[in-house]
Every structure is written in C-alpha cells, then in structure tokens.
Design a protein around this ligand. Structure first.
Ligand code: MG
Length: 500
C-alpha cells in the first residue's frame, strides 16, 4: 500500500513536484559549477541560481500551497510519512516567512564579499582585514536569530537551522561529557603506537594510479555505477539529484594517499544514505537525508568505523600494492597504523578521530559567545589560541592556522560546526547497535558490505526526512545524541586496542 493515502497529503506531494524540480535543477547547476563550468561562466551561473531561489521561494509561499499545508496540519490519523511531510514543509514555510528577503539578500551579499576578503586575510595572515566582516556577519546572524525566534538563547535559533530541534543546552551537554573524556584519552595515547607521524604521509603518488585505487575500492563496497558517479573537485562533496542520481567527488593532492582514499569513503557514506531512501519518497518533501548531523553520521561511519580498521586495511591492501606499489613493503598492521595515527594539529581538517571533536568544542564555545555578545569579535584570536593550548596543548603558528583557518564564518554560517560532532556521535551509536563491539570487524573482514548497508537502511536511510533527527535516533537507537557511545568507541579502538 502506498505510503501516501490521505487525500490532502497526496495533493501536497503532487503540487510539490514542481518545487522539487527547482531543487533538482539547482543541485545539478551547483554540481556543474564545481566540475565542468568554464571559469567565466560564474557570473551568469550565480544569476541563474539566484533567480531559481526566488522562484523556489515564490512557489513554496504561494497562498494555495501554504493553505494546503495548513489544512494538512489539521488532518487526523496521519502515518509517519504523511505527518513527516507536513513537519518538513511547515518548517520550511515558517523559515521563509520569518526571515525577510532583504535580510537574506544582505547576508548573501556580505558573505560573498567576506569570502574574498577572508581568502586574502588568511593568505596575508592579517586578522584585522577580516574583522569588519566578522562583526557584520555576527550582527546579521543575531538579526536572523531574532526573526526566527527561540526558546532560551538566540544561538538556539541558528543551531536549529542546521539540525532540527537542536539547542545550546544539548550541545553543551555533549561537550561537557566529550571534552574531559577526550583530553584524558589523548594523554593515554601519547607515546603509544598510534601517536605521531607516519612516514607514508610524505610519500608521493601518481594521480592516475590513485584513481584506479579509488575505483577498485568503490567497486568492492558496491557503489552502484548506474545510479551514482565520482568526479574530482578541490573540496570533496556529495550532491543528490534524486534517489537514482547521486554524485560524489574526491581530490588528488599527489602525496599522503589516505586523504584521497578517505574522502572517497566519507562521501560514499553520504551518498549511500541518499541512495537507500525508500524509493516511494523520491521527489517528495521527505525524500532526502533529514539533517546535517545524521548525514555526517553516515559519512563518518564509512570513513572511520568501517574503513579505519585493520579488517578494512587487509581488504584494500592488495589493491594498494597493485596500483601504488610503494605500500607493498609495509605490513597491513603498519598501513592501518598510518590510517589511524593520532597527533594534535592546529588544523581541524587534518585532525584525527580523537582530537577532531576538541576542535569543534572550541568553535562551538566561541561562536556561541559571539552570538550571545559575551565575546567581542576583535578578541577571537586570543581566546582561540588560549583554548587551543588548553584543549590540545599546542599554539597555532599564526592566524591562518588559528581563527582564520575555516571558511564557515566567512560564509556567514554560525551554528553549523556542532553538526560535525553530532555526526561522529551518530556513527558510534550505529556501531554500538550493529556490532555489540566486535561483530562489525567480522562483517568487514568477510566483505559483508551488503549486510552493513542493509542495517543502515533499516535503521536510518529508508526513513528519509519523515522523522525528525531526535525522533529517528530514539526510534532506532533508543536515545538521543549519546556522547558516551563516542567515548566508548574511542576507548575500545585507541586505548584497549580491541581486535586490531
Ligand atoms: Mg561530510
């Protein structure tokens, strides 16, 4: 029986088709901008995308569509797919109505200027050049928070934009538990076999050889060629045009091959989520992943839980030896060690599994204080460096390794960072449920990737956005975001060395 039975909801999903088509086109144009578009196409493309956004807004706020969604809210006995459809649309309409287009335009304009300024400021290591933009972007985000409304703190409104239902209190509880736990583990790992730098990090490779490795690995984990692609872009990403057209990218830096390989595995996780949504939800408001945190959980699961293991290393080792060659003088245990090395670095994107969330903790505290006006933008560099010293025992060499390292604030996004940590938590929650600690490595060792995917489909993927992130976690894992599961995972892997 079809998931959509209620006549009002059926009408909504039919009308929604046109809105979906705009999102489809928008995503394809965005993908093309990163992959094929000639350099000078950018000005026409940004106009086309801006016009499509206007059209999207017009369609979703059209009187008859809005009143249909209002009508749907009063319908009785909706199933989870139907009520999810209303929940998602109501949220989107609300957001569109509450934030005035002028404010959005101002934010877009400021952040595209800020992005250019940030790039130069970072290259020249001059925070002062970026400071006026940081001030303006914080101010605009405070205005957006006020327009959206919130229960306790303005920062709650921003968090909720990226992770439905998330508030400052949730994130604070997560880091209150993670911070001391991770700092303690880091101390214990120091001096152990996973600590430090591995010589493979400095070894160069030919892009054409690495492309073959990535292709073989994707084949092994059954990336469906007839529904998915892989291309090259400087910043790897995943984008979905619909359930049967999902695309990932990776990059080739020419050395330290794990970066390219693990980008592929990370994006594969994002793609698998979109590819395993129930086909009946395709082209409906709930036909995509529910939130950034749950999405990142899927990517981290494949990147870290499945692939950063001895079992997986043993599986890919023959492929590495065949195409890269230089790996053949290392044992699988040693290549695994290269994949899993831990070392405090000032740079978030280079961080390992143990230190990564400490980087996020720092950003969470700073941006929350900025939005609550407890910290002046001019004081960010000093606070940043002090926190870094406290969390990781290191100091950034200069501002480009400190407060100017990330693009997020220059893009005008505040409240996004915590979703990265939620992703790591969700991955560990999935692992705990799937494995009872060891079984997952048997699955990986036996290349039972189908079984792993089936588990993910059952517990997360099939639902699309029908359940809110917290409801989904409670339904499938019996609890909301659980930092304890992440700490357990780190402990088993890096402290107890179980199974490795
Ligand atoms: Mg990701």
């Amino acid at each position: 029986m079809s998931k959509f039975q209620n006549p009002v909801i059926k009408e909504i999903t039919e009308k929604y088709r046109r809105i979906w088509a705009i999102i489809h086109a928008n995503n394809l144009l965005s993908w093309d901008s990163e992959i094929y578009m000639p350099e000078r196409g950018v000005s026409e493309r940004s106009i086309a995308l801006a016009e499509l956004n206007v059209l999207y807004r017009e369609l979703i706020l059209k009187d008859d569509f809005v009143s249909l969604v209002e009508k749907g809210k009063n319908e009785k006995d909706l199933n989870m797919w139907e009520s999810g459809t209303i929940r998602v649309l109501d949220r989107e309409i609300n957001k569109m109505k509450k934030i005035p287009p002028e404010l959005l335009f101002e934010l877009q304009k400021t952040s595209s200027e800020a992005f250019q300024v940030w790039k130069n400021a970072k290259a020249q290591k001059k925070f002062d050049a970026f400071l006026p933009y940081l001030k303006k972007l914080v101010e605009l985000n405070i205005q957006i928070a006020e327009k959206l409304g919130y229960q306790e703190k303005p920062y709650d409104a921003l968090l909720d934009m990226y992770e439905e239902g998330l508030n400052t209190r949730d994130v604070k509880a997560v880091f209150d538990s993670l911070k001391p736990g991770l700092k303690n583990y880091l101390e214990k790992i120091k001096g152990g076999k996973f600590y430090g730098v591995h010589e493979l990090e400095g070894v160069s490779y030919e892009t054409s050889s690495m492309e073959k490795v990535n292709k073989e690995v994707l084949k092994m984990i059954e990336y469906p060629e007839e529904r998915a692609r892989i291309d090259v872009s400087p910043h790897p990403f995943t984008i979905s045009m619909g359930i049967n057209d999902v695309r990932i990218t990776t990059r080739y830096e020419g050395y330290d091959f794990k970066r390219s390989l693990f980008s592929v595995l990370h994006e594969f996780g994002h793609a698998t989520y979109e590819l395993q949504i129930d086909p009946e939800l395709d082209m409906t408001p709930i036909g995509t992943g529910v939130s950034l945190g749950i999405h990142e959980g899927q990517s981290r699961f494949w990147e870290n839980v499945v692939s950063r293991t001895l079992a997986f290393t043993e599986s890919v080792k023959p492929v590495l030896d065949k195409y890269l060659g230089f790996t053949s003088k290392y044992s699988p245990e040693d290549v695994y060690r290269y994949f899993a090395m831990v070392k405090p670095s000032p740079i978030r994107t280079e961080a390992d599994e143990v230190t990564y969330n400490l980087h996020i903790s720092l950003r969470f505290e700073i941006e929350q204080m900025l939005i609550e006006k407890e910290l002046k933008p001019e004081d960010v560099p000093e606070v940043w460096d002090n926190m870094m010293q406290d969390l990781l025992g290191i100091k950034p060499a200069d501002i480009s390794e400190g407060a100017l390292q990330d693009v997020h604030w220059a893009h005008g996004t505040f409240g996004y960072f915590p979703t990265y940590t939620l992703g790591n938590i969700v991955a560990s929650m999935m692992m705990k449920k799937l494995s009872g600690k060891n079984k997952i490595y048997e699955l990986v060792r036996n290349r039972a990737f189908k079984e792993i995917k089936e588990f993910l489909k059952e517990n997360v993927h099939q639902y699309g956005s029908s359940l809110s992130p917290k409801d989904l976690l409670i339904k499938s894992f019996g609890k909301s975001y659980s930092p304890e599961d992440l700490l357990d995972y780190i402990q088993y892997k890096y402290i107890n060395g179980i199974e490795y």
